[in-house]
Write a protein that binds this ligand. Structure first.
Ligand code: HAM
Length: 414
């Protein structure tokens, strides 16, 4: 029999307590920001029908799906993202729901991709989506929640930037350059690879997608446009300007930047798209999302406009570790209770029960210890306070609770 490896499968992660401390810090910020902005929680099964997730648009995510046949030969898959599942759930109750809806969730997602820095084969993704609202205020609310989450984690405008564009704008520009609309989806997918492969290969992809040489040149010219002001007026530009204006009122315009090169790798986006990066561009995308108008109809639902984002746990944790140090930010809370001899064990357990009933978190030592041993352990543990019971304490009916940070003591009744 071959030896079993102690490592998780490639690209998958274990969460030891110190990893869990980081994860909780990130998840707490996600949940708090979602709640603060009125996004209600939902969840769904991790396993989906393959048919729902598989798309033939040549996009990477569609190709990276883990799939299998179950014992009844159903073709199933692990979700690679939450958006198709969300669309399915909404489509199932579309006639009973009152729109717009604002939903959020933290979903574990699986993608069979090359495991590199910032990219795993499994990650958690906070999703915030607004379905059934046309106004650009929906984009502002989704982006505002993401900025709030980043700020709650301790990151500021000096750490990250959200790059924003509009696929509709790009479509207008491509159409004005004589590139027919039925080519745009392929152009988007090719342009999304920019920066990840040489321009010569992008050009080859554009040619494969049916563009003439002039069209390829035009496309690269469009991608060189740097500012919103340089763009021709039209509804797509207006919508972007309105987004920046409203973000100013909401207090995060300083975190936004127009960037025509933001395309997004998923085929379903139709309008404003965005992707956040660290300012030094050392890491992969922190989060990404945009407006998608056709996903519900694609899966058989009624038409509904939607906007949302996916914010992964991997990159932002790398960023936090780079900024604050890799040491896990273990919060100190609760009381550590120990005892000197077996005779004090019952009293220690009774005290633990009493404090727990009063709402305190208590870590009860499972064995007798010498005082030195106990306090050394208490100092390095996760508790903020400690109580050590010896024979004298039991006799007196009281003990001392020590604050491990300030070293001050208060008396408690046993
Ligand atoms: P996405 O850009 O594919 O969008 O993923 C969103 C975020 O999830 C990324 O920016 C990154 O933080 C994280 N992420 C994605 N793949 C991995 C991976 N292999 N390892 C670690 N982190 C990863 C979507 O998934 C869209 N469904 C988002 C959305 C929601 N659009 C509308 N609503």
């Amino acid at each position: 029999m071959s030896e079993i490896s102690f490592e998780p499968p490639r690209g998958m992660r274990d969460f030891y307590p110190e990893d869990m401390a980081w994860r909780n810090r990130v998840f707490d910020a996600f949940r708090a920001a979602g709640e603060a902005a009125g996004f209600v929680p939902y969840d769904a099964c991790v396993v989906e029908s393959y048919e729902l997730l598989a798309r033939k648009a040549g996009e990477e995510v569609g190709e990276q799906i883990y799939h299998f046949n179950d014992k009844s030969d159903r073709h199933l898959a692990l979700r690679a993202e939450m958006t198709p599942t969300l669309a399915r759930m909404v489509a199932a109750r579309q006639h009973e729901m009152r729109f717009p809806i604002k939903w959020n969730t933290i979903a574990q997602c699986f993608r069979y991709e090359r495991s590199t820095k910032g990219r795993k084969r499994e990650h958690y993704q906070w999703n915030c989506d607004i379905i059934g609202e046309e106004s650009v205020l929906a984009e502002v609310e989704v982006l505002g929640a993401a900025v709030d989450a980043l700020r709650r984690m301790g990151l500021t405008k000096d750490d990250f930037r959200i790059h924003v564009s509009n696929r509709a704008l790009l479509s207008e520009l491509l159409a004005a350059s004589g590139i027919p609309e039925d080519r745009h989806a392929q152009v988007f997918l090719a342009l999304d690879k920019r920066g990840k492969m040489p321009d010569s290969e992008i050009a080859a992809m554009l040619r494969d997608g049916g563009l003439e040489e002039a069209g390829v040149v035009k496309t690269f010219e469009i991608m060189d446009l740097k500012s919103l002001d340089a763009l021709p007026d039209g509804p797509a530009k207006e919508r972007l300007s309105e987004l920046f204006r409203l973000a100013g009122i909401a207090g995060f315009a300083e975190c936004l930047e127009f960037d025509i090169s933001v395309i997004r790798g998923l085929a379903y986006y139709t309008g404003i798209v965005f992707e956040a990066f660290d300012v030094k561009r050392e890491f992969r995308a922190i989060f990404g999302g945009g407006r998608y108008d056709n996903l519900l109809t694609t899966i058989g639902g009624d038409p509904a406009t939607a906007v949302g984002l996916g914010f992964g746990d991997v990159v932002v944790t790398e960023l936090l570790k780079a900024k604050f140090g890799a040491e896990a930010p273990l919060p100190k809370k609760g009381v550590y209770i120990g005892y000197m001899f077996p005779e004090q064990r019952d009293a220690a357990l009774a005290l633990a029960a009493k404090l727990r009933a009063a709402g305190e978190c208590v870590d009860l030592a499972l064995r007798k210890q010498k005082p030195k041993q106990f306090f050394a352990h208490a100092g390095t543990g996760s508790c903020a306070k400690a109580v050590f019971l010896g024979p004298d304490d039991i006799a007196a009916g009281k003990a001392r609770m020590k604050d491990l940070a300030t070293r001050t003591e208060t008396e408690i009744v046993l």
